[in-house]
Design a protein around this ligand. Sequence first.
Ligand SMILES: [Mg+2]
Length: 369
Amino acid sequence: MSTERTAPAPLSACDEPLAARYDVALLDLDGVVYVGPDPVPDAAENLRKAAKEGLRIGYITNNASRPARVVAEHLASFGLDVIADDVVTSAQAAAKLVAAEFPQRSPVLVVGGEGLTSALEEYGLKPVRSSDSHPVAVVQGFHPDVNWVMLADGAHAINEGAKWYATNLDLTIPTAAGMAPGNGTLVQAIRAAVDVDPIVAGKPETPLLETSIERLGAERPLMIGDRLDSDIEGANAVGIPSLWVATGVHDAHDLARAPKHQRPTYVAAGLGALAEKQPGVTVERGRHTCGGWTAEVVNNAVSVKGEGEPYDGLRAILSAVWAAVDAPAKPVAKAAKNAGRGRRPLPRPAAEPGSIAIDAALHRVGLDS
Ligand SMILES: [Mg+2]
């Protein structure tokens, strides 16, 4: 059973290196360890250093196509010290969900590839390839070989009463040639022919992270990722701290626009942050200070003063933007005047995240994007 957890507030301080504070890092792969076919510069070196400090490194992937062993071999080719037990896939998380619901050896229809069949076997289930085998469940995960016959057979089994599980709903999948349709598109194909929604294992849903925490024996886990709507949202949903790194798809503008449930505990340029403390942000009369930088929102733009580390500047900027966006609505002056003549004041919406200009402030602290 999972214990109840609550993630620390966004932009919390950590007064010791992150690698010392936490016992297990749950690392997203693409955008953190590698970007497409290329390793992220210094990632392997930073992870090796963190491991020496006692941090266990876990690798967490929504991609269900490959077994953990094959993912580990791929990661090792980037110079990382990794074995199959360090990797947790959404296929394993989905298999665990099925195993919790149905007896051992139950037939489960696979709409996917080797990553799913090996995960189902690992959890004591019997992967089958046809609805003629009367499957109790359908498990769907990305694999390049998924075809119309498999999708149609999956829909047939679900309509016959089999319970439907999806490893993830990612609409795109990064490939060496660029973005391609992901598992979410194939789930939509089946969804068009059935009347139920699938149970989802992968980020930002909680089963993959819960399974990872359990398999890696984490007591003080730290999620590390590049996507706010997947890695960071998932960490917040499970109630664990998160580190956003700038090496992937989302950037400082995305952070500024992030709704509360997608805001990270820590922000950093990359995995070098594992060896560092994280400074907090202090707030006084609308001024947000981190390190040598102080930011405030004036007329829907962030103004920042000072000098120092660029990421301290980013923390001050984000703190100021989020406070402005979260501020309760105030009546506008004109409406307040009208109220004096017996009309009700119109509530002014809290500042729109997109409407607060941050470009000049980012430039000022040295973070042009
Ligand atoms: Mg990623």
